[in-house]
Design a protein around this ligand. Structure first.
Ligand code: GRF
Length: 209
């Protein structure tokens, strides 16, 4: 009998809609991503993503920052939850908070985020609106490691989309989202295969073993 291969345990952290969470879970269900979402963590009571996770039968936890003395206490509770679920990698998917030192130190180079622009262009909020207003002809999405800055961590992978005449924030966001939903599961699979190597700002995707 072949030994059981342990699937990489991921926590998805999300604040809202959860379309990236769904894309990740669907990739798991279809066998493209050999991992398991051990827990869905949200900071927003009643957010749609919590309901979707429950529908999939994935454990959910909600942490209301206001219930804690400070960010360190809030993140300490989250880290405890992640450890309880033996989480190996944290995937932020529309998690609308800055990650602080407690989480970063608990999961060094094991927290990833998706941003709807080609970083370092247009970090922060409303990246798609920033791109349209600036007048760039190409935008896209970036998956990066999370560090102490806002969207400043080492880039893992990017996908580009055209910005078309007549685009507004919403139209561009919709076009980028299609790529986000493909890119995130792909990057997570690279992690699952142990193919991500990080040296300073340089992230290399190693060939399959
Ligand atoms: C996505 O555009 C993602 O790039 C950004 O927040 C949005 C989350 O969307 N970080 P969803 O909740 O995954 O639908």
């Amino acid at each position: 009998m072949s030994p059981t291969v342990q699937k990489m345990k991921i926590a998805v952290m999300a604040s809202g809609r959860g379309s990236n969470f769904i894309a990740i879970q669907e990739a798991i269900l279809s066998g493209k991503l050999k991992a398991q979402i051990a827990v869905l963590v949200s900071d927003q009571q009643g957010s749609p993503v919590l309901r979707r996770a429950e529908q999939y039968g994935i454990p959910t936890r909600c942490f209301d920052m206001k219930a804690f003395a400070d960010r360190a206490a809030y993140e300490t509770a989250i880290v405890e939850c992640l450890r309880e679920h033996a989480v190996e990698l944290v995937a932020l998917a529309g998690y609308m908070r800055i990650v602080g030192p407690v989480l970063l130190q608990a999961y060094p180079q094991r927290i990833v985020n998706i941003h709807p622009a080609l970083l370092p262009a247009f970090p922060g909020m409303h990246a798609q609106r920033q791109a349209v207003e600036y007048g760039v002809k190409i935008s896209g999405c970036t998956i990066h490691l999370v560090d102490e800055g806002v969207d400043t961590g080492p880039v893992i992978l990017q996908a580009a989309v055209p910005v078309l005449p007549g685009d507004d924030e919403e139209r561009l966001a919709t076009r980028i989202l299609v790529e986000e939903h493909k890119l995130y599961p792909r990057v997570l699979q690279y992690f699952a295969e142990g193919r991500i190597e990080v040296q300073g700002r340089q992230v290399t995707i190693m060939p399959p073993r």
